[in-house]
Design a protein around this ligand. Structure first.
Ligand code: NAD
Ligand code: MG
Length: 378
C-alpha cells in the first residue's frame, strides 16, 4: 500500500502504535513530531527515514539536530515546525496523535492542505468541532477516526450513510480503574492508582481521563461532531470487557457493532487503509475464550466529570473548549501531585460556572475560552 504519512506526536502511545502499523503495512513516513523525547525520536528517525522531524521543545530540537547531523533529516522546532510537518507536500495522510488542544492549529492546517486526517487527538474536536468539521467540508478533506469507539461507529455506519435511519450511537465505556467505587473511596486515590487502567495502555493524560470518565464525555462530543448527531442521540453503556468497541442503533431497532481485541493498532490501521482492509499487526479476538460480555449504566453522581461533559455537550458553542481547557489544566495539576483526584471535577465545574459561553464561535473565541478556562481552573 503506497502511502506517505506524517505523525504528529510519534513518540506517544498512539504514535508508536502507528509506526508499528506503518512498518507492517510497508507504508512510508514523511514527517514525525514530538515534544521532548529526543532519544526515542532519534531512533524513530533512523528507522523510518522521514524527510522532516520536529521537536516542539526548542532545547530538544537543538539536541536532536546534533544527534542527526550525520543524516539528511531536516530538524525543526516549535509550533512553526509542527505546522510545517502538518502540511508537508510529500505526505498524503496526517495522523494527529498529539495530546491536548495544541493539536487544533496543525489539524486545521493539514485539512487546508488537503491531507487525509487520521484523527486521534480528540481534544481538537471537543474544543472546535464545528470549525474543524466545517473546514473539512469546505476543503473536501476526509477525517477518519482513530479513537476505537469512533472507529467502531464509523464501521457500523458504513453502507448506511443516511443518518435519518440512525436512532442513536452507543459508545461503550470500560468504566476505568475506579469502576464501582464510591466518592468516599475516590477521595484518597493517588496518581499511581489512577494510572492503572484495566484494559488499555495509553498516555498519562487520557488514562486519568479514563479514571474520571471525562474521556467518555469528551468522546460523546467527539461523536456528535464526527457524525453530526445531537447530544440526545449519543448514549453510553458500561462494558467492562472492552470487546465491543461501540454500536449503532437503527430506526428498526437493529444494532450493529464492531468487536475486536482491545488493541489500538486495528482502528489506527483502518483509518490508514480505508476503504480497504489488509492484514496487520493487531491481535485477533479469541471469542471462544474471552468470557461473558456485560453491560451497565454509568454512575454520573460518582463520576462528576462525565456529568459535566454531558452538560457541555448540550450547551454547545465554546462550552466544549471551556470543559476541555479546565480539564487539561486540572489533570496536569493532578499528575504533578498538586491536587486530589476529586478536585479535577471541582476545578472543571468552577471553570464552567465562571467562563461565559459563546455560540457559533470563531477560532479566536475558542482560543480565548480555552485560556480563560485554564485560568479559572487554577
Ligand atoms: P501520549 O502522551 O502517549 O503522547 C502524546 C504525544 O504528543 C507525544 O509524542 C508527545 O511528545 C506529544 N506532545 C505532548 N505535548 C505536546 C505539546 N505541547 N506540543 C506538541 N506535541 C506534544 O498520548 P496518547 O495516549 O498517544 O494520546 C494522543 C491522543 O490520542 C490524545 O488526544 C488521546 O486522547 C488520543 N487517544 C489515545 C488513545 C490511546 O490508546 N493512547 C486512544 C484514543 C485516543
Ligand atoms: Mg476511546
Amino acid at each position: 500500500m503506497s502511502k506517505r504519512i506524517t505523525i504528529l506526536g510519534s513518540t506517544g502511545s498512539i504514535g508508536r502504535q502507528s509506526l508499528d502499523v506503518i512498518e507492517h503495512c510497508a507504508m512510508e513516513v514523511a514527517a514525525l513530531t514530538a515534544h521532548s523525547s529526543v532519544e526515542l525520536m532519534e531512533k524513530q528517525a533512523r528507522q523510518f527515514h522521514p524527510e522532516l522531524v520536529v521537536m516542539t521543545d526548542e532545547k530538544a530540537a537543538a539536541d536532536l539536530k546534533v544527534r542527526l547531523a550525520d543524516t539528511d533529516v531536516n530538524v525543526l522546532s516549535g509550533m512553526e515546525g509542527l505546522l510545517e510537518a502538518a502540511v508537508i507536500p510529500s505526505a498524503d495522510t496526517v495522523i494527529t496523535a498529539v495530546v491536548g488542544m495544541v493539536g487544533l492549529r496543525p489539524t486545521l492546517a493539514a485539512i487546508k492542505a488537503g491531507k487525509r486526517i487520521c484523527l486521534a487527538n480528540k481534544e481538537t474536536l471537543v474544543c472546535a468541532g464545528e470549525l474543524v468539521m466545517a473546514a473539512a467540508k469546505r476543503e473536501k478533506a476526509v477525517i477518519l477516526p482513530v479513537d476505537s469507539e469512533h472507529s467502531a461507529l464509523f464501521q457500523s455506519l458504513e453502507g448506511n450513510k443516511d443518518r435519518g435511519e440512525v436512532k442513536r450511537l452507543i459508545l461503550t465505556c470500560s468504566g476505568g480503574p475506579f469502576y464501582g467505587k464510591t466518592r468516599k473511596e475516590l477521595e484518597n486515590m493517588t496518581r499511581e492508582d489512577a494510572l492503572r487502567h484495566p484494559n488499555w495502555s495509553m498516555g498519562a493524560k487520557i488514562t486519568i481521563d479514563s479514571a474520571t470518565l471525562m474521556n467518555k464525555g469528551l468522546e460523546v462530543i467527539e461523536a456528535m461532531h464526527l457524525y453530526d448527531m445531537p447530544p440526545e442521540k449519543v448514549s453510553i453503556v458500561v462494558h467492562r470487557e472492552s470487546i465491543i468497541h461501540s454500536l449503532v442503533e437503527y430506526c428498526d431497532n437493529a444494532m450493529i457493532a464492531q468487536l475486536g481485541a482491545p488493541d489500538m493498532r486495528l482502528p489506527i490501521q483502518y483509518a490508514l487503509t480505508w476503504p480497504k482492509r489488509v492484514p496487520g499487526p493487531s491481535n485477533p479476538l479469541d471469542l471462544w475464550n474471552c468470557g461473558p460480555l456485560t453491560f451497565g449504566t454509568p454512575d454520573l453522581d460518582t463520576f462528576k466529570c462525565l456529568a459535566l461533559a454531558l452538560e457541555a455537550a448540550k450547551t454547545g458553542g465554546t462550552a466544549g473548549a471551556i470543559l476541555n481547557g479546565a480539564n487539561e489544566a486540572a489533570v496536569a495539576q493532578f499528575l504533578a501531585g498538586k491536587i486530589r483526584f476529586l478536585e479535577i471535577a471541582d476545578r472543571v465545574e468552577k471553570a464552567m460556572a465562571a467562563v461565559p459561553v459563546v455560540q457559533t464561535p470563531t477560532l479566536e473565541d475558542v482560543l480565548a475560552a480555552d485560556q480563560a478556562a485554564r485560568e479559572a481552573a487554577l
